[in-house]
Design a protein around this ligand. Structure first.
Ligand SMILES: O=C(O)c1ccccc1NCC(=O)[C@H](O)[C@H](O)COP(=O)(O)O
Length: 229
């Protein structure tokens, strides 16, 4: 049975976090980007995020590695997602500051050619996340990627498909592309930050009915070929 990593992002409420974790998702995402509608400050995350029984992903946008480190230490986040223009060097530095905390680099894809950016991150992050591009908003936009175009590309690391996914279109998306994981936010919401548990349940039911097993951890990094292989 193939495994699929399932992350539900933009969680703001402890009751919903616990209920969604109990449904069997792989990870929950918490938005650490000030001035966005699903933002949680470090003090708003402290005291409950750390004890959730799944991978806890903090989503950051062009924040200083030291700020991210302080945030992780204060909240119990167990993985970081870098959703801005963070360079490979920034990602590497974060790995030094936060050993054992996996890094997910988000790339906002406008054209298939943007996938070329991915190769620069092979040595410094564990996983990529492909999100749709929006000129004004960094994430949680509900915009979908062009899945048939994406199917023509390839990536050097395990990757998560994001962007406008919901229980009604997930089947179509997964029939065109083969990511290692999926990420959903607005497609399983009543309003920004308020999740619709019925939609999360419908999503998981669909995935399981298609024969996927929901992963309990990020997909392992693909070993890179050595000079002699
Ligand atoms: O979700 C946000 O509000 C957000 C704000 C700033 C940076 C990133 C953000 N979200 C990142 C995610 O991982 C979302 O799940 C991803 O963009 C997909 O969102 P959606 O299209 O709503 O499913």
């Amino acid at each position: 049975m193939s495994q699929l990593f399932v992350k539900i992002c933009g969680i703001t409420r402890p009751d919903q976090a616990e209920a969604i974790a109990a449904l069997g998702v792989s990870a929950l995402g918490f938005i650490a980007v000030p001035n966005t509608p699903r933002y949680l400050s470090p003090s708003a995350m402290a005291g409950w995020v750390g004890s959730l029984p799944v991978l806890k992903v903090g989503v950051f946008l062009d924040q200083d590695p030291h700020t991210i480190t302080t945030w992780v230490e204060a909240t119990g986040i167990t993985a970081v997602q870098l959703h801005g223009q963070e360079s490979p060097e920034d990602c590497h530095r974060l790995g030094e500051l936060l050993p054992g905390i996996p890094r997910i680099k988000a790339l906002r894809i406008r054209h298939l050619a943007d996938l070329a950016l991915a190769s620069a991150y092979t040595g410094c992050v564990e996983t990529l996340l492909l999100d749709a591009y929006h000129p004004q908003q960094a994430g949680g936009t509900g915009q979908t990627l062009n899945w048939s175009e994406l199917a023509q590309g390839s990536l050097p690391l395990p990757w998560i498909l994001a962007g406008g996914l919901n229980p009604d279109n997930i089947g179509q998306a997964l029939s065109q592309v083969t990511p290692n994981g999926i990420d959903l936010s607005s497609g399983v919401e009543v309003k920004p930050g308020d999740k619709d548990l019925g939609k999360v349940q419908a999503l998981l039911q669909h995935i399981r009915s298609q024969g996927w097993e929901i992963a309990t951890a990020l997909p392992p990094r693909i070993p890179l070929p050595t000079a002699t292989s």
